[in-house]
Design a protein around this ligand. Structure first.
Ligand SMILES: [Zn+2]
Length: 136
């Protein structure tokens, strides 16, 4: 994320730190990565919506979720205009970072080895998401 990038929802760091639990804060605001295979959302297969754990913005629809085998919740497409991307050159790799378009919270990375129809793999930290099951 570029320092000069601005988002519709911005809060002082102290507010985020107070509102989010430690792991969610570390992922969303500290660009952290949860340990692979630890998120309960890996196994989530119900219909519904995955929202940003920071601001509640709907980010991914359950219909785009698939089992990538990576150990992180994976999606082949975000909802329209829900996420932004930036180049991430940390850890001696060149990757594309994915963040919430509303609050700028770090979500994960996107890779070009996903399934059709997009060929993209959004590899997202479960700690950055909140799942809302579809009401039947
Ligand atoms: Zn957000």
């Amino acid at each position: 994320m570029k320092d000069e990038e601005r988002f519709p929802l911005e809060k002082p760091d102290a507010d985020w730190r107070r509102e989010l639990d430690a792991e969610t804060y570390q992922v969303l605001r500290g660009h952290g990565t949860e340990r692979a295979g630890t998120s309960p959302l890996n196994a989530e297969k119900r219909a519904g919506t995955f929202r940003c754990a920071g601001c509640g913005e709907p980010l991914f629809c359950a219909t785009t979720k698939y089992e990538s085998g990576s150990g992180w919740p994976s999606f082949y497409a975000p909802m329209p205009d829900a996420v932004g991307t930036s180049e991430d050159r940390s850890h001696l790799m060149q990757r594309t970072e994915v963040h919430c378009a509303r609050c700028g919270g770090h979500l994960g990375h996107v890779f070009a080895d996903g399934p059709q129809p997009t060929g993209e793999r959004y590899c997202i930290n479960g700690a950055a998401l909140k799942f809302e099951p579809q009401k039947s």
